[in-house]
Each structure stands twice: as C-alpha cells, then as structure tokens.
Write a new protein. Structure first.
Length: 368
C-alpha cells in the first residue's frame, strides 16, 4: 500500500498555501492538490511584518506563528477533503511554513519561517515534519534553495542535460547535467517586484499573463541600475529573499534616475530583469543547451516565459507537467518528499547547492 504524504508551503508571493497529497513509491505521484487562502487578517499582518520587519513586536510575531499554524492545518485538511484518503492513512505532513526573514549570510545567519507545526500536528492528527532550513544553516549552508534535491530525484535524465526553473516570488534554478555535480541557486527576483509594482499601480495581485509588461518597452537606464545589484554578480552557492528585492529598493533606484519611466515601462523592465537574470545565470551554469522545465506561478506569465526562451537559444522549454507534476505543485511536493526523506533518515540538502559542510537529514518531527 502507498504511503501518503502532505506537503505544505506558502512562498514569498504569499498568494496562498499550496498543499499536495503525494506518494513516492515510484517517482512522485500527486493524488490531490489545492491552493488554500490565508485568513485575511493573517495575510494583512504578515504583509506588514515582512515590509516593516523592524517594527515587528514579539507579541505580533508569536500571534502570527499561531494564526499561520491554523491556516496551514486547514490547508492540509482541505487537500484531504474529497481525495478519498483519510488522515489516518497519511504518514506525515511536511510543512515549510512561511518565510518572514531570510538572512543566510553575515555573522549570525538565520532563516525564519512561521506556522507552528505543533498546531498542524494537533489539528490534523498527523505527525508533522518542519523547520527544514536551519540544520543546513547550522552546517554553514544558506538553508536554501532546498528544492534541487527533489528536482534531481524526480526530474534528472541519464543522458539529457536538464534544468528546472521555479519562478516564485524569488526564482531558483537546478542544473542537472549527466556526469556532473548538481548545481542550484536563486537567480534573483521572480515575480515579487512585478507583483508589488502591479499592486501599487493597478490594485491587482499580479500582472495576469504578463500583458501589462508586454504593453511597453523596457527602460534602459532603469534596467542598468537594477542589474547593478551585487547579488547578480555573486557566484553561488547563493540565495536571496524579499529582504534584498523589495519596493523600497526599487523606489530608491527609481528616485536616482534622471527621468522616471512610465509605470508600464517600469513593469516591462521588471519583467525583463527577471528574464535576463535567469537566462544569464543559466547560460553561465550550463553552457550546453538541453531541456528547461518551468514551474512556479511565473510560468503562467507568457511575456516572461517568451523572454526567457529568447535568452536561451537552443534550449527546449517545457512545463514540469510533461514530467508528471503540474507547475503549481512542484514546491509543495518537494516538502512532502523532504518529510519522507526525514522519516527515512535520508539527507535532504545538497552541500554544493546550499554551501553546507555536509549532507544532513533536514527538519524536526512533531508527533501527531
Ligand atoms: N496567470 C498568471 N499570470 C502571471 N503571473 C501569474 C499568474 N498566475 C500566477 N502568477 C504569478 O505567480 C505568483 C505565485 O507563484 P508561486 O509559485 O506561488 O510563488 P511563491 O512560491 O513565491 O508563492 C503570483 O504572485 C503571480 O506573480
Ligand atoms: Mg505561492
């Protein structure tokens, strides 16, 4: 009989909690998946916390940890509902939580995720594996990205060079070339700047299809100024977050320009920034073309994916659906798999990717 796992994650976009019910008998089979909305007040509190981390009071952080624990538990129960699988049949939940601060370099590195796993375990009755990043950080790694081990296990091919690109709020890539070590790193902003700019100027959560970005030409001066961010030139292992790429940074770059571009030209530039930094780092990491598999919400942005394809001549570009996992569910499936790895006593990190001194079993178990 299959062992079922539930994977839960809310990424930097905070567009909802992704939940999948999966098994790993032979590759990864996704039996059910959903995106579960966060409670409105929790989302408001969360947005304020990540935009103004210096104003966060401890009481507010603690309360959000609890509120998110409830929302994550609800997401786990929602994915089970209608799947025909009872909670008792699920071996474990793997919960990434919600990153509220990622600071992997510096004298006291840390990455902080909220969504109390005790609450998930109690409300679902299912043992829950969580806190996946901090063991890797304790071993000198960045604690991110963690999905490359899953990409390698599920998507690599014995002969064909492949890469997997996840375009969330932040974008990350895994390069899988036969006969060489896996590499993987964050490339920089995925959707986060485009989302923030769209919210500010159009009152919508994102630029559907990338149509607004397609309505103007990128602005060269802005593009140059954004590309000067030191993260892009840094060699890997590297990871980033909305601490680096956010509206305050964008606004400060815009303020320094002699002539501010029109809002649609800013959007076109931000879209182009994501595409260009992805294609540049892909070409550096993998000079021989192969197949690039896309996942994450940014894979729905036609303008973005067209520009990525234009920057990667010779590459075949496909959604991860062709390998059996829908573009919206790869990350949550990865955390279900990391729970499975933890309980099997197997490592979940790739030291060449995160910079950790060695492989390690990731996460802690909270009994159901
Ligand atoms: N139809 C669409 N057109 C353009 N962008 C989209 C579309 N659907 C989703 N997105 C983008 O994907 C983001 C969510 O992607 P996701 O992979 O969940 O990111 P994260 O892991 O950061 O939560 C949205 O915020 C939005 O920017
Ligand atoms: Mg998301």
């Amino acid at each position: 009989m299959s062992r079922y796992y539930i994977g839960l994650i809310s990424g930097t976009s905070m567009d909802g909690i992704d939940a999948v019910l999966a098994s790993f008998d032979d590759g990864c089979e996704v039996h059910a998946a959903c995106s579960h909305p966060m409670t409105e007040s929790t989302l408001t509190g969360l947005r304020h916390l990540v935009q103004h981390p210096d104003e966060a009071g401890l009481a507010r952080v603690g309360a959000l940890d609890t509120a998110l624990g409830h929302d994550f538990a609800a997401a786990a129960l929602a994915v089970l509902e209608g799947s025909g699988i009872a909670p008792e049949s699920v071996h474990a939940v793997g919960s990434h939580g919600q990153t509220v601060y990622h600071s992997p370099t510096g004298p006291q590195p840390f990455s902080l995720q909220l969504g109390d796993p005790n609450i998930i375990a109690v409300l679902t009755g299912i043992q829950t594996v969580a806190d996946f990043r901090r063991r890797d950080i304790a071993l000198g790694g960045e604690g991110a990205p963690l999905v490359p081990a899953f990409h390698q296990a599920m998507f690599s091919h014995p002969d064909e060079p492949r890469a997997v690109l996840n375009i969330g709020g932040i974008a990350n890539v895994t390069v899988l070339v036969p006969g060489t070590d896996v590499s993987g790193f964050d490339t920089g902003p995925g959707n986060t700047l485009m989302d923030a700019w769209t919210r500010l100027n159009r009152g919508k959560p994102y630029d559907a299809g990338g149509d607004w970005a397609a309505s103007a030409e990128p602005d060269e001066a802005l593009s140059e100024a954004l590309m000067a961010h030191p993260f892009f030139a840094r060699p890997g292992p590297k990871s980033t977050g909305i601490e680096d790429f956010n509206m305050s940074w964008l606004q400060s770059v815009l303020d320094d320009l002699r002539q501010p571009p029109a809002p649609e030209a800013v959007q076109a530039t931000l879209c182009n920034l994501t595409a260009r930094t992805i294609a540049d780092s892909m070409r550096r990491a993998c000079p021989d073309p192969g197949t690039l598999f896309l996942c994450g919400g940014g894979a729905h942005n036609r303008t973005l994916t067209r520009q990525i394809a234009e920057g990667l001549e010779g590459w075949r570009i496909e959604p991860t659906d062709t390998l059996g996992i829908g573009i919206d569910w790869v990350e949550a499936a990865a955390f279900a798999w990391l729970a499975h790895r933890n309980l099997a006593g197997l490592p979940g990190n790739i030291p060449a990717v995160t910079g950790a001194s060695r492989e390690a079993v990731l996460g802690s178990v909270f009994c159901g």
